[in-house]
Design a protein around this ligand. Structure first.
Ligand SMILES: *[C@@H]1O[C@H](CO)[C@@H](O)[C@H](O)[C@H]1NC(C)=O
Ligand SMILES: *[C@@H]1O[C@H](CO)[C@@H](O)[C@H](O)[C@H]1NC(C)=O
Ligand SMILES: *[C@@H]1O[C@H](CO)[C@@H](O)[C@H](O)[C@H]1NC(C)=O
Ligand SMILES: *[C@@H]1O[C@H](CO)[C@@H](O)[C@H](O)[C@H]1NC(C)=O
Length: 554
């Protein structure tokens, strides 16, 4: 047995507490009688100067421009986000490692460089970027929510971290994740639980949940998440953000810490999350530039620089398939139904076509994913958590059961080959179905619009009993690029519980029974826009068309 997880956690928590400059903290008196909607606090608290507020409300594009034009320094920008991240930490518990001294030193040196040479070091010069805990920034620990790693120094930088640093980014915080990054809410025995930003009684999602809460709280202009079953998109959805899960091979993934090391059945990806869609674009453009050439650093990266204006002719009308109501297994809650209807109406008003899309094999694909997580992940995770006597969370009980039955040990090459054959067949079937949408002289469907989750943002703790990553997971099996987009917020006067409907199964019934208009009022309604494999640029352009249509229609 190793050290008990509680002793490990105490050391990590002290390190985090000691790294917080007292001047950034909201006073204790400001932490009582909190509103449910925590995102209003930075503005309403009086804790930030007007100049700081202007910075933390700005998007990455504006920040980079102002730094380049020497209207803002990277130092002032970095300090404002350091402060805002601490306020976010106080209200949502979203941070793990705090890197302020090196961030401040880095910002100063970037300012000096610009002053001396008149040149920026790269397209991200001076921009604070927050990192999910699995991104390795030596020598800081990368716990990924597990006691065994929580106080362990690291030495090999994640490839993406190096790329971003060379482009000019400033790293100042790392953000919380669930144990092994394998739950859909963010809680672990080291750092505790992170709550949602728009409703403090809801989950921030997972596994990039700390990022989700931090970004919505204005504690970061741009964050990096990772996604194997929905881990960028679920927290983006629960916190009303844009988040891109790319196709595998576009962005460098080498050297990130993984919950299930070595499995390649479902590819793990990383991608940007932000309150602004333009910020995602500028990130993609910068990371996939010839200047950074990540394909020379990661053998899995395809040498395709980011392409501009791939939808041709420019501004042409798009054809969207939409999944309404349910995916064959789970109905979405009423605010999501309204969000889907709003999006359809807005797109049609802008001249685009929206037709109903049958979610082909979604339940079967997610079932395959579910089993693969347990068979491939049971030993990878439990061998580590058991060392430090970590308890097993509700939604991870299947890992424990698989481990205890010894099923992970009997997986073997034959079963793995069978899994891969099935996965490949699902990918082929989806490709054929997509391709077959070309009809009546019209080209193939451009994209799919579908919920990111049956919930807007579930109550804290609920997903330990009712686990459902079905809406995101199907696209991990397919390896399709997906971007989330915020539509509106749940409204108790508009989003009434379903009546006269038949649950498809027990869990489906439980999810609708959980819906309470009063409780969920104000939680974000966020959907996914899906493209075909390696059409990452098109996905962002389609998301842009959707956002414009929604804006014009509101
Ligand atoms: C998910 O996988 C576990 C074991 O791997 C299994 O016990 C459980 O029934 C599966 N869930 C579904 C809905 O298939
Ligand atoms: C796929 O779509 C293209 C373009 O519409 C069409 O020419 C082709 O026949 C289709 N192939 C299959 C296998 O459906
Ligand atoms: C998918 O939905 C089914 C519906 O009943 C549920 O039992 C299962 O846990 C879900 N799978 C995942 C991986 O979320
Ligand atoms: C929560 O605050 C945001 C501003 O951060 C605002 O846009 C939103 O309308 C608020 N939600 C509710 C329910 O008041």
């Amino acid at each position: 047995m190793g050290q008990h997880y509680k002793e490990i956690a105490a050391i990590a928590l002290k390190r985090r507490a000691d790294a917080i400059p007292k001047k950034y903290l909201l006073p204790e008196s400001a932490l009582t009688n909190l509103p449910l909607n925590l995102t209003t606090i930075p503005k309403s608290s009086g804790h930030f100067t007007p100049a700081e507020l202007e910075i933390i409300e700005a998007d990455a594009e504006e920040i980079l421009l102002k730094i380049r034009e020497k209207k803002w320094t990277s130092l002032a920008v970095t300090e404002a986000f350091c402060k805002a991240s601490i306020v976010a930490q106080q209200l949502t518990n979203c941070l793990t490692e705090i890197l302020f001294p090196e961030a401040i030193a880095r910002a100063k040196s970037l300012d000096e460089h610009l002053e001396k040479t008149g040149q920026v070091v790269g397209p991200l010069h001076g921009l604070p970027i927050s990192l999910k805990d699995c991104m390795i920034t030596p020598p800081h620990p990368s716990s990924i929510g597990m006691a065994c790693y929580a106080n362990e120094a690291t030495d090999e930088e994640t490839v993406l971290v190096g790329v971003l640093a060379r482009l000019g980014a400033v790293f100042y915080v790392k953000t919380n994740v669930p144990t092994a990054m394998m739950m859909m809410e963010t809680v672990n025995v080291v750092w505790g639980e992170t709550n949602g930003a728009y409703h403090c009684g809801t989950s921030c999602g997972g596994s990039s949940g700390g990022e989700g809460a931090l970004l919505a709280m204005r504690g970061s202009p741009l964050g990096i998440g990772t996604d194997i079953g929905g881990s960028i998109r679920i927290p983006s959805a629960f916190n009303g953000l844009y988040g891109l899960k790319p196709s595998f091979g576009r962005f460098p993934v080498y050297g990130g810490k993984s919950g299930i090391t070595g499995q390649d059945f479902i590819y793990a990806n990383n991608g940007p999350m932000s309150r602004s869609l333009e910020s995602l674009k500028l990130y993609c453009r910068a990371v996939l530039s010839t200047e950074s050439s990540p394909w020379n650093l990661d053998p899995k990266c395809v040498p395709i620089p980011w392409r501009e204006e791939v939808i041709q002719p420019k501004g042409r009308k798009l054809r969207f398939g939409i999944v309404f109501n349910h995916d064959g297994e789970i109905h979405v809650q009423p605010p999501i139904v309204r969000g889907l209807a709003m999006t359809k109406k807005a797109l049609e008003a802008a001249g685009h076509e929206v037709f109903e899309w049958e979610p082909l094999n979604h339940p079967a694909m997610v079932d395959e994913m579910n089993r693969s997580f347990h068979t491939l992940g049971a030993a990878a995770i439990l061998d580590l958590t058991l060392q430090n006597e970590e308890p097993v969370y509700g939604s991870m009980k299947n890992y424990e059961a698989t481990y205890q039955k010894g099923e992970h040990g009997t997986l073997g090459p034959t079963k793995l080959r069978e899994m891969i054959i099935k996965r490949n067949a699902y990918q082929k079937a989806y490709l054929d179905a997509w391709n077959a949408t070309a009809k009546d002289g019209k080209g193939v469907m451009d994209g799919i619009i579908i919920a990111a989750s049956p919930w807007t943002a579930p109550r804290l703790g609920l997903t330990q009993e009712i686990f459902c990553v079905n809406y995101t997971g199907a696209f991990n099996i397919l390896d399709y690029p997906v971007c989330t987009f915020p539509v509106t917020f749940a409204d108790k006067s508009l989003d009434l519980p379903r009546k006269d409907w038949t649950p498809l199964n027990e869990l489906d019934g439980k999810i609708q029974a959980d819906y309470d208009p009063e409780f969920y009022h104000g939680t974000p309604v966020t959907l996914q826009c899906v493209g075909r494999r390696l059409e990452d640029e098109k996905v962002l352009e389609m998301t842009c068309a959707i956002a414009e249509a929604l804006k014009a229609h509101s």
